[in-house]
Every structure is written in structure tokens, then in C-alpha cells.
Design a protein around this ligand. Sequence first.
Ligand SMILES: NC(=O)c1ccc[n+]([C@@H]2O[C@H](COP(=O)([O-])OP(=O)(O)OC[C@H]3O[C@@H](n4cnc5c(N)ncnc54)[C@H](O)[C@@H]3O)[C@@H](O)[C@H]2O)c1
Length: 274
Amino acid sequence: MGRMDGKVAVITGGASGIGRGCALRFAEEGASVMVADLNLDRANEVADEVVGAGGAAQAVQVDTASEEACEAMAAATVDAFGKIDACVAAAGISHAGYVSRDAETQATEDRFDKDDMLALDKSVDSWQRVIDVNLTGVMLTDRAVARHMLGSESGGAIVNIASVAAVTALKGSADYCVSKAGVWMLTKCLAIELARNKIRVNAVGPGYIRTSMSAAVTVHDGWVKAREKETPLRRLGEPVDIANACLYLASDESSFVTGEILFPDGGLNAHVRG
Ligand SMILES: NC(=O)c1ccc[n+]([C@@H]2O[C@H](COP(=O)([O-])OP(=O)(O)OC[C@H]3O[C@@H](n4cnc5c(N)ncnc54)[C@H](O)[C@@H]3O)[C@@H](O)[C@H]2O)c1
């Protein structure tokens, strides 16, 4: 008996990293999964991986910063699987120029030194792009799926991927930190607005996780050692660590939990913020 048997889940950012981890883990527990991502080729690969392992999945292209695309993603999920029970909003970018690719390319080509990315120097366009994808994109995703959950007897469960950066300032990443703090407040607002429809909305705030997004920094041993040192559990996280937290919040096991944030971060938040 799987923990998500009979449920349909939409995972944005499902083609890579944390989103991919959620798609694989949710399918393992019996969910039918819609892998939604800007990168359709990689989303199809993840859907094929799920199907190859005996699960049910399809892929759809979405730019979560577009309202029309989010509505089409939700409609495509209902067309494919008949309903939406759960959603993980994991699509995100670390800075305006970031494009998720394979970790090897990322490690050699992405930004490591962010000294010229301070808020004083940032263009309004690059600030806006991060807010559009990381914050507005989550709002558009949440309400597109919620509209299909409204009439359901059993309601639904939405999990928004925030970050420890929602509560901890990072130099050179003001846009990212503000977007994630916004996701945390958005989660609470939607939780109280949608509770009467039995739709639960929670957030997950990962610490340092090994994905394409972090590859530019995790390739540097010194950086990894420093992060391990400040993380009480003395390791970086893996996508499955976050997928397991999302699974709890998306399943009926958390049926009395809404408007909360869970930090799967190896104790980083407790250590840094006290
Ligand atoms: N990796 C970490 O250490 C870490 C820590 C905290 C929070 N997060 C958050 O976790 C989420 C997933 O990040 P990840 O580390 O797995 O990165 P990733 O780059 O591996 O995956 C992100 C995915 O989102 C997709 N995406 C980007 N913009 C999109 C858009 N506009 N529409 C649809 N899809 C889009 C990308 O194509 C990619 O497949 C992000 O919200 C990120 O901010 C990551």
C-alpha cells in the first residue's frame, strides 16, 4: 500500500533536482505524476523514468511565470489523470541568468563569485525575473491547481518550495531571499484562504542540497567543507531528503497541518538563527 495510492500530483520544476526527486518518490508511493517544467525534453525523461519503474507519469511544458501556461498545465493534468490531489511548486531559479542544465555544465559555467550581484548593482530586470519565477510563479501555480481542487470532497494539498533563504539573508542574493520569504508568507495566506475548501498549503525550506542549482558551488571542496561545518548533521542534503518532507506534507499523514514550513536542512536553520 503506497502513501499516495490513487492520488494525482503535479510537480513543477519536475525535470531536475528537487522536483525530479519528488516526482520519483511520489510515484514510488503510488501517485500518478504530471512532470511540469520549462524544459520539456528533460521533463519527458523523468516521466519515462517513472513509467520505466512501473509508475504513471506524463510531462507538460510550463513557464510558471505565465498565468496562461499554469492554467494549461493544470488542465492538462486533469485531462490526463482526471483530477489533481497534490502539487509541489518546485520550479525556481537562483538568479536571473540561471538556467537549469546538467550538473557538470553547471559546475563549469554557472556563477560562483557573486560580488557583482549586490542589490546596489542589480538591474531591475534581473530582480524582476527572479520575483516573477520564484514568487509570482508559485502563486500562479498554486491557484491554477487549487481551482481544480475546489469541488473535491477530499480537498487537496499544496507544497511550496521555499528555502532557508526565506529566513536567512544571503549576500548577493537579495532577489532570491525576498522571493523565498514571499513564498513563505504566500503559503500562510493561501492556507487560511483555502482551509474551508479542505485545501492545505504548506512550505518546505531546504538547506544546501546537491542539485544542478548548487553545482557551481558544490564543485568547490572548500565551499562544501564550510557548509558541512555550519550544518549540525555535517552533510549537504540530497533531493530525496526534500522529497520525503514534501511527501509527508502532500499525503494524508499531514491532514491537520496547514500554513506551516518544514526545514529539512540538517539543523542549519537552528544553528544559524538559534
Ligand atoms: N538546491 C538547493 O540547495 C536549494 C536550496 C533551497 C531551495 N531550493 C529551491 O528548490 C527548488 C528546486 O531547485 P533545484 O535545486 O532542484 O534546482 P534545479 O535547477 O535542479 O531544478 C529547477 C527546475 O525548475 C525548472 N524551471 C526553472 N524556471 C522555470 C519556469 N519559469 N517554469 C517552469 N520550470 C522552471 C528548471 O528547468 C529545472 O528543471 C527551487 O525553487 C530552489 O530555489 C534549492
